[in-house]
Design a binder for this molecule. Structure first.
Ligand code: NAD
Ligand code: UDP
Length: 341
C-alpha cells in the first residue's frame, strides 16, 4: 500500500483529501502546526472512513522534525497544502507570508531529496494567472502579475518547483491550480473552519445564515458581468479532493512536471450564489451591495480539459450540492471544530 504525506493536511482541503485518499486505499500521514486548523478534523476523518491516520503536530519549516517523519514512514508522495492563505492578511504581513509559504516548500524539497522521495503535488491557485490573462484560463498561459503577496508566494513556489525538477530528473511535480473551493463533506463532519471574520464568500454566507453575522456585503455591483457582480468558478471541495487522488495515481506512474487547473469551467456570480444558497436551503441571507473590494477581478474560470484528458477527472457535484453541504456543515458545527478541542 502506498503512503501519502499531507503537509498541512488538517486544513480544509487537506482533511477532505485525506478522506478520499483513505477511501481509495492509500495510507495517509499528516503533519500540521494547527495555525489554521485543529487535530479534531483528522479525528473526524478517521470516523468518516473507519481508517486511521498517522498524525504529527509539526511545523513543515522544521527540517529536523520533517526528517523524523520521513524516517518513521516510507513516503511515496507528498501533497503540500501547508500555507497561509488570507489575501488581505498577506498585504499587511507580507514577510510572514513569504517566510511561511516559501520556507515550507524549501524544507520539503530538501528533506525529500535526502530521503529519495520523488513525488510532490502542490496546492497552487488560479491567482497565478494574474490580472491580464483572458478567460477561461489555460495551463499553457504564462503566469501573470499577481495582485498581492499571497499570490506571489504561489507564483514563486511554482517557479521553485519547476527549477528543482529541472535540476533533478528524479523529481516529479504536479502543480494543481485550484479555483474557488466551497462545500463540505456530505456527512457534515468536516468543513471549512475560518478563524475570525471570514474573508471568503461561502463561509461568510453560512455565518450570516446561522445568525453569527448580521448581513453579507456583496463587493461591487458595477462589474462588466451580466448582473454586475463578480463571477468565479466555484468547485465542491469533495470534487477537488478527488482531483488530488487522481493526481496521486498519475504522479506514481509518470515523471516530469505537470500543471492542472481544477475547476468546473462554469462561473457563477456572487448574486447567483446567494440566491442559490437561499433557495436550496430555505434560509434567508440578508445582504446589501457595497463598494468593490480592492484587487478583485471581474471574472475568472478554468478550462479544465487537461485534467479530464490526462487524469480522467472532472467535477461531478452541482452548485446545489455545494450550497447544501456548506450549510449542513455550518448548522451542525456553528463554532467549527472549537467545541471539540
Ligand atoms: P487551510 O488553512 O485550511 O489549510 C492549510 C493548513 O496548513 C492548515 O491546517 C494550517 O494549519 C497548515 N499550515 C500552515 N502553515 C504551516 C506550517 N508552517 N507548518 C505546518 N502546517 C502549516 O487552507 P486550505 O483552504 O485547506 O488550503 C490548502 C492549500 O491550498 C493552501 O496552500 C492554500 O493556499 C491553497 N489554496 C486554497 C484555496 C482556497 O480557496 N481554500 C484556493 C487556492 C489555493
Ligand atoms: N465576496 C463578497 N463578499 C464577501 C466575500 C467575498 O462579495 O464578504 C465576493 C468577492 O468580491 C469575490 C467573490 O465573492 O467576487 C469570491 O470571493 P472569495 O474571497 O471567496 O474568493 P476569491 O476572491 O479568492 O476569488
Amino acid at each position: 500500500m502506498k503512503t501519502i504525506f499531507l503537509a498541512g493536511g488538517a486544513g480544509y482541503i487537506g482533511s477532505h483529501t485525506a478522506v478520499e485518499l483513505l477511501n481509495a486505499g492509500y495510507e495517509v500521514v499528516v503533519a500540521d502546526n494547527y495555525s489554521n486548523s485543529s487535530p479534531e478534523a483528522i479525528r473526524r476523518v478517521e470516523q468518516i472512513t473507519g481508517k486511521s491516520v498517522k498524525l504529527y503536530e509539526a511545523d513543515i519549516r522544521d527540517n529536523a522534525k520533517l526528517k523524523e517523519i520521513f524516517r518513521e514512514n516510507k513516503i511515496d508522495a507528498v501533497i503540500h497544502f501547508a500555507g497561509l492563505k488570507a489575501v488581505g492578511e498577506s498585504v499587511k504581513k507580507p514577510v510572514m507570508y513569504y517566510r511561511n509559504n516559501i520556507d515550507t516548500t524549501l524544507s520539503l524539497l530538501e528533506v525529500m531529496a535526502e530521503f529519495d522521495v520523488r513525488n510532490i503535488i502542490f496546492s497552487s491557485s488560479a491567482t497565478v494567472y494574474g490580472e491580464s490573462n483572458p478567460v477561461p484560463y489555460l495551463e499553457t498561459m504564462q503566469r501573470g502579475v499577481c495582485t498581492n503577496p499571497y499570490g506571489w508566494t504561489k507564483a514563486m513556489m511554482e517557479q521553485i518547483f519547476e527549477d528543482a525538477a529541472k535540476a533533478d530528473e528524479n523529481l516529479s511535480v504536479i502543480l494543481l491550480r485550484y479555483f474557488n473551493p466551497i462545500g463540505a463533506h456530505p456527512s457534515g463532519m468536516i468543513g471549512e473552519d475560518p478563524r475570525g471574520i471570514p474573508n471568503n464568500l461561502m463561509p461568510y454566507i453560512t455565518q450570516v445564515a446561522v445568525g453569527k453575522r448580521d448581513h453579507l456585503t456583496i463587493f461591487g455591483k458595477d462589474y462588466p458581468t451580466p448582473d454586475g457582480t463578480c463571477m468565479r468558478d466555484y468547485i465542491h471541495v469533495v470534487d477537488l479532493a478527488k482531483g488530488h487522488v487522481k493526481a496521486v495515481d498519475y504522479i506514481l506512474e509518470h515523471s516530469g512536471v505537470e500543471v492542472f487547473n481544477l475547476g468546473t469551467g462554469r462561473p457563477y456570480s456572487v448574486t447567483e450564489i446567494v440566491n442559490a444558497f437561499e433557495q436550496v436551503n430555505g434560509v434567508p441571507v440578508p445582504h446589501e451591495y457595497g463598494a468593490r473590494r480592492e484587487g478583485d477581478l471581474p471574472q475568472f474560470f478554468a478550462n479544465a480539459d487537461k485534467a479530464l484528458k490526462l487524469l480522467g477527472w472532472k467535477t461531478e457535484l452541482s452548485l446545489e450540492d455545494m450550497c447544501r453541504d456548506s450549510w449542513n456543515w455550518q448548522k451542525k458545527n456553528p463554532n467549527g471544530y472549537r467545541n471539540s478541542d
